[in-house]
Write a protein that binds this ligand. Structure first.
Ligand SMILES: Nc1ncnc2c1ncn2[C@@H]1O[C@H](COP(=O)(O)OP(=O)(O)O)[C@@H](O)[C@H]1O
Ligand SMILES: [Mg+2]
Length: 257
């Protein structure tokens, strides 16, 4: 499904290294987390996968296609094979939930009949049937991300990538979104999630690919080791909900529970 061979990404404007000689293989049907400190290369990997950025050297295969050789006009074809979800949802504010999802089918020229059949199915899958006629501003953060997930899978891509999909959500809602991602994986979609939400990663016991300074430093099944748990919790934009506050409280945790 995904293969990187000696993949390096150097940003030409500032010389920053996004990925350094990365080798990675993710098989069809897998669910994997990408974790690591801010600036370690997670977003670079996600952007390379859906061709928002191009590799400087090496190879990147997505669903059997060598993206490094892809011409500009072939990129829309790739984007149909890869669903993408972002931290900030990126919904169209003047379209309803239904219309946001339908729009993803319209741009790939699906028929009206197919749209009418498929949109209710994905709405039901993400638990948003009752909100079909709502506008994004009328939704909670979790409902917005559910809408974005429905939109990302409505064209049935074999591969779904998500960049910090729970970064703007409270812990309970984040957990629900991860459950939806697991459901999407259970119907056969390969899922790759870049995240700071170490407690969720720990709980879900999936494959964890850890980046440091643009390289993979760990690739294991089953969550974090204890010391890494603390490390990841001090990461930048995780402060709001997965922050260090608990660790810095005087007296620390209450042992009785
Ligand atoms: N568009 C860009 N232009 C220049 N440098 C970038 C760009 N995006 C990311 N970088 C740099 O690439 C490295 C990896 O960043 P990124 O992939 O965004 O990390 P993460 O998502 O893990 O926080 C960092 O040093 C960052 O500053
Ligand atoms: Mg990032």
């Amino acid at each position: 499904m995904l293969e990187l061979i000696n993949a390096t990404k150097i940003y030409t404007d500032n010389g920053a290294v996004g990925l350094q000689n990365v080798d990675l293989f993710v098989d069809a049907g897998e669910f994997a987390f990408v974790c690591g400190h801010s600036g370690s290369g997670k977003t670079t990997l996600i952007k390379l996968i859906f061709c928002e950025e191009r590799l400087t050297s090496g190879h990147l295969f997505v669903d059997g296609v060598d993206i490094t050789k892809l011409r500009k006009k072939e990129i829309p074809y790739l984007r149909r094979r890869v669903g993408v979800v972002f931290q900030d949802f990126r919904l169209l504010p003047n379209k309803t939930v239904y219309e946001n999802i339908a729009f993803a089918m319209e741009v790939v020229e699906a028929s009206y009949r197919d749209i009418r059949r498929e949109v209710p199915k994905v709405l039901s899958m993400v638990g948003l049937t009752a909100k079909a006629k709502s506008y994004p501003k009328q939704l909670s953060g979790g409902e917005r991300q559910r809408t974005a997930l429905a939109r990302a899978i409505v064209n049935k891509p074999p591969f779904l990538v998500a960049d910090e999909p729970t970064g703007n959500l409270d812990p309970d809602t984040a957990w629900e979104i991860m459950q939806v991602l697991e459901d999407i994986n259970a119907i056969g979609t390969t899922v790759l999630v870049a995240t700071h939400a170490w407690d969720i990663v720990d709980n879900m016991q999936k494959r964890v690919i850890k980046f440091e300074n643009a390289r993979i430093v760990r690739d294991d099944e089953g969550g974090y080791a204890d010391e890494e748990l603390y490390e990841c919790s001090t990461d930048d934009d995780s402060h709001e909900y997965y922050g260090t506050d608990d660790f810095e409280d005087e007296g620390g945790y209450d042992d009785e529970d």
